[in-house]
Design a binder for this molecule. Sequence first.
Ligand code: P6P
Length: 337
Amino acid sequence: MSKKHQTLGEFIIENQQAFPYSSGELSRLINSIRLAAKVVNHEVNKAGLVDITGAAGDTNVQGEQQQKLDVYANQKFIQTLTNREIVCGIASEENDEYITIQGHNNDHKNKYVVLMDPLDGSSNIDVNVSVGTIFSVYRRVTPVGTPVTMEDFLQPGNLQVAAGYIIYGTSTMLVYTTGHGVNGFTLNPAIGTYYLSHPNMKFSEDGNIYSINEGNYAQFPQGVKDYLKYCQADEGDRPYTSRYIGSLVSDIHRNMIKGGIYIYPSSSKYPDGKLRLLYECNPMAFLAEQAGGKASDGFKRIMDIKPNELHERAPFFCGSKNMVEKAEEFMQKAKTK
Ligand code: P6P
């Protein structure tokens, strides 16, 4: 049983002993993410002071202006994961193609692949709003000893072995799951140690916060419009509260602690939704389900979607189980009209 204020290192060792069959590689993987997060946190926390908040001038595969901190975070996570002989491949939201990691002996012996959004919500950096790193871990499906292929990355979210995020906010937290619940660790920057501050995080079944960019209302599917009217009606426990930071990690983190639903639906601008299935939806869906919540595309479970492309997008409804199910009800009703 996890003990509050345990360090992340102690937690990983304790959990490693609980799963003797695992070779310890996953624990080492989480440890390397922990280290990279500390390095990135140091830069994020002084972004206003150092000229690295300006756009890098380049644009990523999504056509979005790359901020220098995006580029820095991407490089740090790739470098840390590559140097530790744990993963055989990395796919990043910031890179067009996946990266093959041969290992020191060029033998492709490592068995995990990592997919990540190195700095999500980066458009908020220069307005000093929390941003985050999101990561997702799978076992490779092609034979160990051969170079990874696209098949190793295009796995449905229900095959994730770990997922988590780092939120660089008023405090820096690492929140992750390996399929046995969700635990949150807060970094003490003075000594560079993460402490278990939020053991066994849970989405409340119900909530009264909805997070959506209502600026896109005119483009929303009818079911979303109907659900928003339900949220805003003055009856029973409603109207709900609208809270939208525009940084997925921050909105989901708040909703996990207070209860709520986050929705990024399809729209005329984003016919398949804006969020990326592999780097944002699947890891957040794994965390949500492990915390007793739910994540769908408005109709079907996000983690059952078989990806076809590395950077594909999906509509995303995620949070308190009863709120997601109510939204799905409105989506279904509108579809059958
Ligand atoms: P919009 C950030 O770019 C992001 O991917 C998520 O972090 C965030 O929730 C969403 O997009 C914000 O998108 O269109 O509301 O600005």
